[in-house]
Design a binder for this molecule. Structure first.
Ligand code: SF4
Length: 345
C-alpha cells in the first residue's frame, strides 16, 4: 500500500512533520496566531479538519490523527496541509523529463517569508522548497532558518544534490527537517538522464543523511523502470526514509509514462517487499494501491503550489493559477478555490 505524500501529492502516512491555524468561521482566514499554537512551538503542531484532530511533530515526522474528534467546519484549518514553493526557475541540469518552467523567475526572500507566516498561522503543516534547483537560490539558507525558527512549519527541499556539499549542509543544519533527492534510475541510466556522475551523487547521499532524514524522488518511465529494484536497494543502503514514485506526466508534447510501463509499475509495487516505504505523487497515482488516512482533505485543503513567478496553483503541473498580490497568499487561495468551484458549476 502506497502513501501519497506532499509535493505533487497528498498525505503523509500517519507519521508527517508541523500546528494549528486559527481558522475563522466564514471560510476567510486570519493571520492572528493561535495561542495554543504558540505554546506548543517549535515542534508540535495541531491541525483541525474534516478528518479530526491531526497532531504533527516536525522533528520526528510523527503524525497522530484523533479521528474520533468531530471538528465543526468553522474550526477547520484554512490553509493547505502542505505547500510547495518553486524558489527559482534556474537550474544547471537539463533532465530529459524536466517540466519546470524555463523563463527566468525568482521569488524574493521577503515575499516568501510573509507567505510562510500566513500559511503557518492558518494551519499549514509543511513547506517544500523546490525549483528549478533550490540550492541555486541565494536566500535558501536564510529562508530555511526563517521557516524553522519563526514558524512551526516542517521544512523540506527537493534537490538534484550536486551542490549539497559539507559547507551547504553545515549552513542548513538545524533548519531542515527532510531532504528529497531526485534520482531517476541508477548508474548509466541516471547519467544519461541527468548528465552528471552517479558516483558523485552517491557521495551526496552521505552528506544529506548527516543533514536530515532523506527521501528519494524517482520519476518512473520506460527508461527508468528497469532500475526500480536497484534504486530500492540503494535507498536502503543510504538510509533513505522513503521512495517517492513519480509516474512521468505528459508535458510539452511528451506523452508521459506509457500504459505498459504503468502496468509493470503496478505489479512491481504490489510485489515490493523492500524495507524503505514507498509513496506516490497524487498526480499519477490512479490505479496504484494507495491509502489516505485523511480522505476528507483533498485538493487545495491538502496541497497547493507556488511557482517562481508568484502564482498559486493546484499543483506544479497546473497551467493556470492565481497571482499572489499584496493581499497575501490566503487571499489568493480563496480566489483559486472560488475559481475552481465556479469551473465545476
Ligand atoms: S534537476 Fe530538476 S529542475 Fe533541473 S533540469 Fe532536472 S528536473 Fe528540471
Amino acid at each position: 500500500m502506497l502513501a501519497k505524500p506532499e509535493g505533487t501529492s497528498v498525505i503523509a502516512p500517519l507519521g508527517l512533520r508541523d500546528p494549528l491555524g486559527k481558522p475563522s468561521g466564514d471560510g476567510t482566514t486570519s493571520a492572528e496566531p493561535n495561542l495554543l499554537l504558540s505554546r506548543v512551538r517549535p515542534q508540535l503542531k495541531i491541525r483541525t479538519g474534516p478528518s479530526g484532530v491531526h497532531i504533527f511533530d516536525r522533528a520526528t515526522g510523527l503524525n497522530v490523527l484523533l479521528e474520533e474528534a468531530c471538528v465543526p467546519p468553522a474550526l477547520w484549518a484554512t490553509a493547505p496541509r502542505q505547500v510547495s514553493v518553486a524558489l527559482t526557475n534556474t537550474c544547471d541540469l537539463a533532465c530529459t523529463h524536466c517540466f519546470a518552467p524555463k523563463n527566468p523567475a525568482e521569488l524574493s526572500f521577503e515575499r516568501v517569508a510573509t507567505w510562510l507566516d500566513e500559511l503557518d498561522a492558518n494551519g499549514c503543516l509543511g513547506v517544500g522548497f523546490g525549483g528549478g534547483e533550490p540550492t541555486l537560490y541565494r536566500h535558501l539558507v536564510k529562508l530555511c532558518h526563517y521557516a524553522a525558527t519563526q514558524t512551526g512549519l516542517a521544512v523540506t527541499f527537493t534537490t538534484h544534490a550536486h551542490h549539497l556539499d559539507d559547507s551547504l549542509a553545515e549552513a542548513l543544519a538545524g533548519a531542515v527537517h527532510f531532504v528529497r533527492i531526485s534520482m531517476d534510475g541508477v548508474g548509466a541510466t541516471y547519467e544519461a538522464i541527468r548528465g552528471r556522475s552517479f558516483s558523485a551523487l552517491r557521495r551526496r547521499f552521505e552528506t544529506a543523511r548527516r543533514l536530515s532524514p532523506l527521501g528519494i524522488n524517482f520519476v518512473v518511465n520506460a527508461q527508468t523502470l528497469p532500475d526500480l529494484d536497484a534504486a530500492a536497494t540503494l535507498a536502503a543502503e543510504v538510509g533513505a526514509s522513503e521512495i517517492l514514485l513519480l509516474p512521468e506526466q505528459p508535458h510539452q508534447g511528451k506523452g508521459g509514462i506509457d500504459a505498459g510501463t504503468f502496468d509493470f509499475l503496478c505489479r512491481w509495487v504490489n510485489l515490493h517487499n523492500g524495507t524503505v516505504p514507498l509513496t506516490v505523487s497524487e498526480t499519477g497515482a490512479d490505479g496504484l494501491p494507495t491509502c489516505d488516512p485523511l480522505p476528507g482533505e483533498t485538493g487545495l485543503c491538502a496541497y497547493a503550489h507556488i511557482d517562481a513567478s508568484g502564482r498559486l496553483k493546484t499543483s506544479s503541473y497546473a497551467g493556470n493559477g492565481v497571482v499572489i498580490g499584496d493581499a497575501g497568499v490566503m487571499r489568493a487561495l480563496n480566489v483559486l478555490r472560488t475559481t475552481q468551484k465556479e469551473g465545476l458549476e
